[in-house]
Design a protein around this ligand. Structure first.
Ligand SMILES: CCCCCCCCCCCCCCCCCCCCCC(=O)SCCNC(=O)CCNC(=O)[C@H](O)C(C)(C)COP(=O)(O)OP(=O)(O)OC[C@H]1O[C@@H](n2cnc3c(N)ncnc32)[C@H](O)[C@@H]1OP(=O)(O)O
Ligand SMILES: Cc1cc2nc3c(=O)[nH]c(=O)nc-3n(C[C@H](O)[C@H](O)[C@H](O)COP(=O)(O)OP(=O)(O)OC[C@H]3O[C@@H](n4cnc5c(N)ncnc54)[C@H](O)[C@@H]3O)c2cc1C
Length: 649
């Protein structure tokens, strides 16, 4: 092991193993995760050494090869697709696989929206992978505005069939993962027409390819949409349907019936699968940011540059500006980890309520999951870029490992609901609760008794070490944003604007309000989670410092908002800044140990900069030697170079 990292680890003040188990849930959970990872990582099919040297076609083919290995593994070990074990394997596969949409959206849509009879028919086929499906909702012309989708499913009473059509170029399905080449089935979102009337978006199971030779069925035009920023392993596809007939039984009818139409009690129940993925993305944001921080922190402890004192070239992690960039990323990853846990708890609770026939809780779940999906993916995307830049020139090399995280994760701001749109959806719920405080759920409890407090109770840097004091600050910032925006909305409608136009006119303020609310929620949940967890006192000291950094950094980052609320003054902001510097110093000694506790296997990080042993320079040189351009001493294209060099002007 490289000496700098050894030294860093020796001076840590807490037990890394204790934090690993705490983040995993327990010692048994850690053991199980590692066991699952070792099954994958010891399989050569999951190696990625030449990942950036192969073509898109090869990348896709390898994706399918890995899919086959993963499926075999799950069959051998009896791991079900809806189990925690599969979710762990999913994260560890190192890359999205072409059949993931089958597992995360196709099966769950049938399970959530199918009748008992439909589930009996389709789930065994899908779970045994006799059919492979995707979730085909987005069209070339519309992704966000689902009511605007154009695909039609028209019920033909005489044949008891739906006739599914893409009537225009813009109605083509566009983007669904695995649609282009992999899947032979899809759940398709289409406008239901029955007895001449349109009843809005419903979900239909449609076969797309032959189960014999995988050729597209008659009336089906299908393919890959071409290269993208990331997700190269996945064949996101297009699909045009021309008078494709499917049996009546293929409309998912748990909540609505066709023919003599019976509507669902809550029409948004059809959107349930999207909500479940939004919930998952909160935890994924934590994983991605934790991985990026691990790379950047380890590298920064190894990398020496310039001098603070003459003759002493320190690790760049000793520069306060470097700490100011990176330690908040560690803190954010941990904050999102606890937010992810919260989201899974509330999701399970709402699912059981839905199971018992109570659909009202989906509105709250939608409000919270849409807001947190946007907040955590936005922040973590920005965080990955901060980590990358903190690694200087080597951060720009593919050897750093950042590219894979960045290019794939960038999409999370868009898929499963574009983030601005998701913030606005969450805000819709927030402002409803503001107008009817009695309806406000626990996450918005401060709206029930809104108290505009006059003054923040902070007189020294010690005062900003108090969880309750910090939570109040975030609560007051959110309240101030929400109440001023609500006033603006009221004024706009008072002077004659209709509600929708007023909403659009005030939408920038609305966005600030919902972001402030999400931030408040994350801070509060983080601190409450820590309070409830059992841990040794050295670990508690470290975790407290990191949580305090998260909150104080958030105040500094948005000082304008906090000052504008009138609740805080400039002197107090300066105390916050002083506290941040104190916390950076406190965390510095444990920074490497904290990222070690994220416990990423080197084969997951695939980073010359962030490997556990810190052997950065040898790994970079080994990486360079693997460049295809280095296969020969003189490259074959020298023929052009020679002509340039030998030609006369
Ligand atoms: C990275 C790997 C790295 C390497 C390894 C490292 C591994 C590390 C780990 C990382 C692994 C990463 C893996 C990621 C995999 C992901 C795969 C990608 C899958 C992507 C799949 C998709 O991308 S799939 C399509 C999603 N496409 C949308 O997401 C459309 C958005 N568009 C809407 O969602 C609606 O269109 C929109 C706007 C709500 C309006 O809908 P609308 O027009 O119908 O509604 P209205 O405006 O009329 O009404 C509004 C009223 O509906 C209520 N409401 C609305 N939604 C509701 C709901 N869901 N539940 C309850 N209620 C709901 C609302 O609360 C209002 O209620 P009220 O009226 O009471 O206020
Ligand atoms: C990697 C990836 C994988 C995907 N996988 C799937 C899949 O498997 N299945 C599937 O069906 N789809 C999939 N999608 C599609 C994805 O869900 C949509 O792209 C997404 O929902 C955004 O919709 P849009 O593209 O129509 O964006 P638009 O809505 O066209 O967004 C364009 C701009 O308009 C703004 N805007 C739109 N509406 C409003 C509004 N009401 N108020 C304010 N601003 C607004 C947005 O903020 C954005 O800035 C995938 C997309 C990606 C990138």
């Amino acid at each position: 092991m490289d000496a700098p990292l050894l030294k860093e680890r020796e001076r840590a003040t807490f037990n890394v193993t204790e934090l690993i188990h705490l983040l995993n849930g327990s010692e048994e959970e850690t053991k199980r995760r590692k066991e699952l990872e070792s099954w994958l990582y010891n399989n050569p099919v999951f190696r990625q050494d030449d990942r950036y040297q192969i073509s898109r076609e090869e990348v896709y083919e390898r994706g399918l090869q890995k899919t086959r290995e993963l499926v075999n593994l799950c069959r051998r070990k009896n791991i079900k697709f809806d189990s925690l074990d599969f979710a762990r394997l999913n994260i560890s596969t190192l890359e999205e696989l072409p059949f993931f949409l089958h597992v995360i959206m196709f099966i769950p849509t049938i399970r959530g929206q199918g009748t008992e009879e439909q589930k009996r028919k389709w789930l065994p086929l899908a779970e045994d992978l006799k059919i492979l499906g995707t979730y085909a909702q987005t069209e070339l012309g519309h992704g966000t505005f689902l009511r605007g989708l154009e695909t039609k499913a028209t019920y033909d009473v005489s044949s008891r069939e739906f006739i599914v059509n893409s009537p225009t170029i813009t109605s083509m399905k566009w983007w669904p993962g695995g649609l282009g080449k992999t899947c032979n089935y899809a759940v398709i979102a289409a406008q239901l027409y029955t007895k001449g009337k349109c009843y809005g978006i419903h979900m239909f199971i449609v076969q797309l390819r032959s189960l014999e030779d995988h050729k597209p069925l008659p009336g089906v035009t299908i393919g890959d949409i071409g290269n993208k920023y990331g997700f190269h392993t996945v064949d996101n596809g297009f699909l045009r349907l021309d008078n494709v007939r499917i049996p009546y039984e293929n409309m998912l009818m748990r909540y609505a019936k066709a023919c003599d139409y019976i509507p669902p009690v809550n029409p948004k129940i059809n959107y349930g699968t999207m909500t479940s993925i939004r919930v998952d993305l909160v935890k994924d944001a934590s994983v991605i940011l934790a991985a990026a921080s691990t790379i950047a922190i380890r590298y920064s402890a190894v990398r020496h540059q310039t001098e603070i004192r003459p003759g002493e070239e320190p690790p760049v992690l000793d520069y306060i500006t470097q700490q100011f960039k990176l330690f908040p990323q560690i803190a954010t990853a941990i904050a999102f980890h606890f937010a992810g846990d919260y989201m899974h708890r509330i999701y399970d609770k709402v699912q059981s309520e839905i199971f018992d026939g109570h659909l009202s809780a989906i509105t709250e779940l939608h409000g919270i999951s849409a807001g947190l999906k946007a907040f955590t993916t936005d922040t973590s995307i920005a965080g990955v870029e901060i980590c990358r830049r903190a690694c200087g020139g080597h951060g720009y090399s593919n050897a750093s490992g950042f590219q894979r995280f960045y290019e794939n994760w960038l999409g999370s701001a868009t898929y499963e609901g574009e983030n601005t749109v998701m913030y606005l959806q969450a805000a819709r719920y927030l402002f409803k609760c503001y107008d009817n405080p009695k309806e406000a759920p626990e996450t918005m409890s401060y709206l029930r008794y809104p108290q505009n407090k006059m003054e923040w109770n902070v007189k020294s840097a010690d005062d900003v070490s108090n969880y309750a004091t910090l939570i109040t600050a975030f609560e007051q910032r959110a309240l101030s944003k929400i109440s001023s925006t609500a006033k603006k909305l009221k004024n706009l409608t008072h002077y004659g604007m209709n509600r929708n136009d007023a909403w659009n006119a005030a939408s920038v303020d609305i966005l600030h309000s919902i972001k402030a609310h999400c931030h408040y929620f994350i801070v509060k949940n983080y601190m409450q989670s820590l309070n409830h967890l059992k841990m040794s006192s050295p670990l508690r000291q470290v975790m407290t410092a990191v949580a305090l950094l998260y909150a104080n950094y958030g105040i500094d980052e948005h000082a304008g908002d906090f000052l504008e609320s009138g609740f805080m003054n400039g002197k107090q902001i300066n105390l916050v800044r002083a506290k941040i510097l104190q916390l950076l110093k406190e965390i510095r000694v444990n920074a490497v140990a904290i990222v070690d506790s994220f416990d990423f296997d080197d084969r997951f990080l695939r980073s010359a900069l962030g490997a556990y042993d810190g052997n950065v320079y040898n790994r970079l040189f080994k990486w360079a030697k693997l460049s295809p351009l280095n296969k020969t001493e003189v490259h074959s294209s020298y023929k052009y170079l020679r002509r340039i060099l030998q030609s006369k002007l």
